[in-house]
Design a protein around this ligand. Structure first.
Ligand SMILES: Cc1cc2nc3c(=O)[nH]c(=O)nc-3n(C[C@H](O)[C@H](O)[C@H](O)COP(=O)(O)OP(=O)(O)OC[C@H]3O[C@@H](n4cnc5c(N)ncnc54)[C@H](O)[C@@H]3O)c2cc1C
Length: 418
């Protein structure tokens, strides 16, 4: 801890904001964490719970444009664009498509790898410091494909992972039967990636990180931030509840809602909601030790403290559009395909909005216009995985220290320049 105790306000108590608040507090800052919801109750509540270091390949890659018509016409396919929201999405999709060159894929994969190389160690550090290591399992992940052709279509991704030094291996049917007796992949196949971990409750882990910050003296405020201002003298945060907070530093970690605040300080960036759904099965009647990802059907089955979570799918819709829970139901049909013995007792459904940048790289950055404002959002599919690492980097930036990696790929202003 240093002798310097700057006053910091962090907006957003998802995994990313809670991790920023925890790291800042640990270094000795005076921290106020603000959220209109309780910690971990928004997007960070219902994700698949996977710490997935090898997920470095961006979602836009050569040829992806040909898939857009399918996304529009198949209402329950793994990726869906709602017709009525298409006009609003076009600028984002344009950037998405443009970033998907061979060079763009390599650039994004290297930027993600620089973060992902640290995520397991950084997660370990937080969980052990707060006494919550028992909320995480280090089992790896099994990726299944319904047909060999599905894997062959993605083989380039595994070859790229190899180039980037990630380990993966084929599983024989016999190995698969021993590892997951309840699983049936039919004529399909399976791959194992040993470096993945999973948490038993993403919301629980996030709440524990936030509570550890409060336990060390951090302040909690449940309120909605309406206004943010920054001058050379400091930052001012106004809330719907009528509070006005003054501080030396402000961290915006408000997930998919961050643009509403960034607009008041700098300008908006292309971060769009990419919705996902889950079905949580309290009594599934089958036991899994490993998370299982379907490469064919684009969802994950993760064993958690409160049952089996089926999470995934992607849907582009306006931020305030109503959820389409048919997508959560489809996940149950998919799960039945792999787990013939599954029962659906005690089912709950959920929708969350991933904050998605077109290049799949998060924003971890100082503000272009204000030396005392920092941005930590846009983590898309990997906000749980990268939360603790982001918290560490933001804290180093606030304390004027070397972050330990080149931060140019994660800059807030990278979209402004292109
Ligand atoms: C189906 C699904 C599966 C996923 N699986 C995984 C996975 O396995 N692994 C992984 O790493 N990631 C996964 N993700 C992605 C992950 O959930 C997100 O990247 C992550 O939750 C984003 O965290 P965050 O802290 O940025 O945002 P959030 O958790 O959304 O937190 C932002 C907070 O800011 C608050 N806020 C916003 N505006 C204001 C305001 N004006 N005033 C006050 N508070 C405000 C919100 O209330 C919210 O609590 C998945 C996502 C989905 C949808």
């Amino acid at each position: 801890m240093s002798d310097w105790n700057p006053r910091c306000v962090v907006v957003g108590a998802g995994t990313v904001g809670a991790s920023c608040a925890w790291h800042l507090k640990r270094r000795g800052a005076q921290v106020t964490l603000i959220d209109s919801e309780l910690p971990g109750m928004s997007t960070s509540y219902g994700n698949a719970g996977c710490i997935s270091p090898s997920h470095v390949i961006p979602f836009s890659y050569p040829g992806v444009g040909w898939k857009v018509p399918g996304w529009l016409f198949d209402p329950l396919g793994p990726l869906k664009i709602r017709w009525q929201d298409l006009p609003r999405l076009v600028p984002w999709l344009w950037r998405f498509w443009r970033s998907g060159t061979a060079a763009g894929v390599m650039r994004a994969a290297r930027a993600q790898k620089a973060l992902m190389d640290r995520v397991v160690t950084d997660f370990d550090q937080v969980l052990s410091a707060i006494g919550a290591s028992d909320m995480r399992r280090a089992m790896g992940v099994i990726v299944v494909y319904d047909r060999r052709e599905h894997f062959e279509a993605e083989r380039w991704q595994f070859e790229l992972l190899e180039q980037l030094d990630f380990e993966w291996e084929y599983l024989s049917p016999a190995e698969l039967r021993i590892m997951v007796p309840a699983l049936d992949v039919g004529t399909g196949m399976a791959i194992y990636l040993p470096d993945w971990q999973h948490v038993l409750s993403p919301a629980g882990v996030t709440a524990r990180i936030a509570e550890a910050c409060f336990g060390a003296g951090g302040e909690w405020l449940q309120d909605r931030v309406r206004s943010v201002r920054a001058t050379e003298q400091g930052v001012t945060v106004g809330t719907e509840g009528g509070r006005e907070l003054r501080a030396e530093y402000l961290v915006i970690a408000a997930g998919v809602w961050s643009n509403a605040l960034a607009r008041q300080l700098d300008y908006t960036v292309p971060v769009n909601p990419k919705r996902g759904y889950h079905s949580m099965i309290a009594q599934p009647g089958v036991e899994l030790d490993y998370p299982i990802e379907s490469g064919s059907r684009r969802f994950v089955m993760t064993p958690m403290a409160e049952g089996l979570r089926l999470a995934g799918t992607a849907e582009f819709a306006a931020l305030d559009a109503p959820p389409d829970y048919r997508r959560a139901r489809v996940l149950r049909e998919h799960a039945q395909r792999y787990l013939p013995g599954i029962r659906f007792e005690g089912v709950t459904e959920w929708m969350g909005q991933r904050p998605m940048t077109p290049d799949s790289i998060p924003i971890i950055s100082g503000s272009p216009g204000h030396r005392n404002v920092f941005y930590a959002f846009g983590h898309g599919h990997y906000g749980l995985t990268q939360g603790p690492t982001t918290g560490d980097i933001i804290t180093r930036l606030v304390f004027g220290e070397e972050p330990g990696l080149d931060l140019s790929p994660y800059r807030f202003d990278r979209f402004h320049k292109s």
